[in-house]
Design a protein around this ligand. Structure first.
Ligand SMILES: NC(=O)c1ccc[n+]([C@@H]2O[C@H](COP(=O)([O-])OP(=O)(O)OC[C@H]3O[C@@H](n4cnc5c(N)ncnc54)[C@H](O)[C@@H]3O)[C@@H](O)[C@H]2O)c1
Length: 261
């Protein structure tokens, strides 16, 4: 279980802080991405909804009066095309939510799925690597920007029932911790959200089990509100925002390592 070791929380939103900012959200067709796209649109950001599921992504965009671009986050060229669409359509890019992700409901025993393993790593990890690489030049052209990856509490705590999911989310956590300080001098903020079980279709296969176990499900809106506060935190570089039911979101801190002797 993750213990709150640090009380720093992202500051509240500044009025009109998102007005006119161009925001690209991957996985905007459903769940957390849809909630974040909606929250950004409500704050007067110019939102680009991106998803591999064109029907769902377009539906979100239409609902918000936003634009849509298809993307397969597991493909580098597709990430470049999505960023180019945002720049061509709206003149630039300020905010990027690298959020698209999939579950990996198998272990490494008899149920191992080698193809599923590659797919899960490519969507959940390559999607953040490629998404950041593709977005950086556009963010630099605006003098900087803010990138939030969707990791998970499974990136901070062991998840024995989905070890591959836990692995790629731990990798996203390690990546963001490194990218945050690496790109701070460019004015680019790179951070991650680490939600617990939240209301989206990804948890449908285990929803009954969670309910039976009394595990509270976080409303997608709660995740979106916290994500906007992270986007807006001008001091955050490489932070991991823990979002857990019944708790104020807070930045997770790892224990320090002993120095070499
Ligand atoms: N819901 C939770 O409990 C929870 C908790 C922690 C982290 N997360 C993470 O939140 C993120 C969003 O998931 P969600 O819970 O909203 O699930 P979801 O299934 O509702 O939404 C995921 C979206 O990503 C899209 N997508 C999948 N593969 C894609 C690809 N290759 N390229 C582009 N889009 C793709 C899907 O079409 C879908 O619209 C994921 O990274 C997930 O791992 C979810």
């Amino acid at each position: 279980m993750v213990e709150p070791t640090e009380s720093r929380t992202p500051p509240p939103l500044v009025e009109e802080g998102f007005r006119g900012k161009v925001a690209l959200v991957t996985g905007a067709g459903s769940g957390l991405g849809k909630a974040v796209a909606t929250a950004l649109a409500n704050e007067d950001a110019i939102v680009v909804c991106a998803d591999i599921d064109e029907g769902a992504g377009r539906a979100t965009a239409e609902q918000l009066g936003a634009s849509f671009t298809p993307v397969d986050v597991a493909d580098l060229d597709s990430n470049h095309a999505a960023v180019q669409f945002a720049v061509d359509t709206h003149g630039g890019l300020d905010l990027v939510h690298l959020n698209a992700g999939i579950a990996s409901p198998f272990g490494l025993g008899d149920d191992f799925d080698a193809e599923g393993y590659r797919k899960a790593m490519s969507v959940n990890l390559d999607g953040v690597v490629f998404g950041f690489h593709a977005a950086r030049p556009a963010l630099l052209a605006r003098g900087g920007g803010s990138v939030v990856a969707t990791a998970s509490l499974a990136g901070l705590a062991a998840m024995p029932v989905q070890p591959v999911y836990g692995t790629n989310k731990h990798a996203v956590v390690g990546l963001v911790r490194a990218l945050g300080p690496a790109h701070a001098h460019e004015g680019i903020h790179v951070n991650a959200i680490c939600p617990g079980f939240a209301d989206s279709k990804i948890i449908d296969p285990i929803r009954d089990m969670l309910g039976a176990g009394g595990v509270p499900i976080i409303p997608a809106q709660t995740v979106a509100d916290a994500t906007l506060r992270l986007f807006a935190d001008t001091d955050a570089h490489g932070e991991l925002l823990v979002i857990q039911a019944g708790n104020e979101p807070y930045y997770y801190k790892f224990r320090g390592l002993p120095g070499a002797r």
